[in-house]
Ligand binder design. Sequence first.
Ligand code: HGY
Ligand code: MN
Ligand code: MN
Length: 409
Amino acid sequence: MVDGGRLWKRLSELAEIGRREEGGVARLSFTQEERAAKDLVASYMGEANLAVREDAAGNLYGRREGRDPEAPAVLMGSHVDSVLNGGDFDGPLGVLGGIEVLQTMDEEGVETERPVEVVAFTDEEGARFSLGMIGSRALTGTLSPEDLRHEDRDGVSIERAMRDAGLDPGKVGEAARSADALAAYLEMHIEQGKVLEGEDLPVGVVTGIAGPVWLRLLFSGEAGHAGTTPMGARRDALAAAAEVIGIVESEAASTGSTVGTVGQIEARPGGINIIPGRVELSLDLRDIDEAVRDRAEGRIRELAGEVCGRRGIGLEFEELQRLPPAPCSGEIGEAIVAACEREGIRPYPLPSGAGHDGMHVAGLCPMGMIFVRSKDGISHNPKEWSSREDCEAGCKILYLTVLDLAKRS
Ligand code: HGY
Ligand code: MN
Ligand code: MN
């Protein structure tokens, strides 16, 4: 069965790539840290006797053949890029867990009908270019030329970053695979919430993934002298933005299921004695129910327009990404439930508030996810942590589920 010690050792090794003083990790896409992480993962894939390849989008695959090399493959995956100061488990657990499953199969001489693969997707987080899931978009043939024009804070586009990383952005189409290449996609991931901890369960069965809308709000007022401009004569872009941030929080909270976050804010010119003339905000709005999310978005747009109208502030919305919620496959969910029951773990279904590559892969083949308990539900934070026992439990469920799916003809 899977070797939890080897999985834990590899998690610890990978976590040191991109380690920051504050204790978190920073492995942004198409940086040397992500490259180093993929090189280390490729070495683990070699130790598992997998056929290793990297596609035109930088997705790193390891493949183990089954009896029928033409059969659609069972694919496991996740990512090794991180957010700006992220934790050790978000992404790596799914990639290293998949390698552990395949290495165990190899060591135990397990024969499957289907080929089984594991992939480390390029740029799941979107931390650098505010797009995200670049690798799984490429896999599903949905990465567009305008997507590649997204820029990071230094004005470097995805296109340029790919070239600097030795990739040819004009060839990302070659990373696309057809629907008959894959039979199922399965991702093990940390829950990044508190539900499993509340249920005192090590793992859970994901029912669906909430759909995110990412927007950029641009407020334009008038820069002015902080000392000589009466309060009634200002067009303060930051004061308007502050009101809108409060609206985001109250409108999201009002539905009972929507989450709304303003994670980035930039005020210009940024002087202590200058009334801000321009402000840029990010908005991340999500719900497992698309209609509820879109109604909340409509209210936020309407109320923000009223605030800015009253204050004489210009307001523009720029859409960065919009994804529908992605339901998980019932058939794969049943296979995960059967694996939990076999391991004596109460099967517990729960939705994912976080986005994952499976949202895109679900467009190609049935998709399923296994969650592993997160301590205090913390993630995207150096304090992100899951126990070795829970990581091993999740990997056992992944192994049994993949074995079930891969033995089917
Ligand atoms: O943003 C997310 O939900 C994921 O962590 N990329
Ligand atoms: Mn993740
Ligand atoms: Mn994440």
